[in-house]
Design a protein around this ligand. Structure first.
Ligand SMILES: [Zn+2]
Length: 225
């Protein structure tokens, strides 16, 4: 007796010399499709469900990408402060030190003089040292935030930035800080800063949620896209 798809009746086969394969989707994959599209399939195969399944995954990944793009564009909204002492009134738990070391290009010394001409528009700012250092700082900041977020932190304190050069004359940006969780961020952040960060946090939470869904972890209180 041949194995057939419970939805469309097509034969489930790993393929032969002439026929191509028609695989059945796993329960987990069927569940994801039902969840995203509001369908109620008990099983689907490549023949009847491929288009819908791929559209559902595409939709989830697209939404996650939007969240990631938002976080990348708004990484400055993640609270980072140079103060090394925990502000009074903050309910703070320390996670760990976070570091980032970024090499921003060679020619630090030859380009140092160019830095001044950058100020007067004499050189192409797209290749100038100032731009390299600024983008190096932005990269270092993103690295710190990424590490802090992975730890479940919502703030980085004691942030310190150093600039240096390597033996082969490349400029470096070295940034470090302490990732912490502050349970009452509203007690120490200004309202507009807090508001921006809550949007950042919402994007992060959504991206993490979608990642769990894609891994098949659908809880009863999951809300579809
Ligand atoms: Zn089918």
């Amino acid at each position: 007796m041949s194995d057939t798809c419970g939805n469309c009746g097509a034969e489930i086969t790993s393929g032969g010399i002439i026929k191509g394969p028609n695989r059945r989707y796993s329960d987990q994959q069927t569940q994801i499709l039902n969840f995203v599209s509001g369908t109620r399939y008990t099983e689907i195969c490549e023949k009847c469900g491929k288009g819908e399944f791929e559209a559902a995954i595409w939709q989830l990944k697209g939404e996650r990408q939007k969240c990631q793009d938002y976080m990348t564009a708004n990484v400055v909204d993640f609270p980072m402060m140079t103060i090394s002492q925990i502000p009074p009134g903050a309910d703070c738990k320390i996670k760990s030190m976070v570091t980032a070391n970024v090499t921003v290009g060679t020619g630090m010394f030859s380009e140092l003089s160019q830095g001044f001409s950058d100020m007067f528009g004499a050189t192409n700012v797209n290749s100038g040292m100032a731009l390299k250092v600024n983008s190096g700082e932005a990269t270092a900041r993103s690295i710190l935030v990424t590490k802090a977020v992975a730890m479940g932190a919502n703030c980085i304190i004691g942030v310190d930035v150093d600039y240096g050069t390597t033996a082969n004359n490349a400029a470096t940006v070295n940034m470090q800080g302490t990732a912490v969780v502050i349970r009452n961020l509203d007690a120490i952040l200004d309202e507009d800063v807090l508001e921006k960060f809550s949007q950042f946090e919402a994007s992060l939470a959504r991206a993490q949620e979608i990642t769990r869904w894609l891994a098949g972890d659908l809880t009863p209180d999951s809300v579809p896209a």
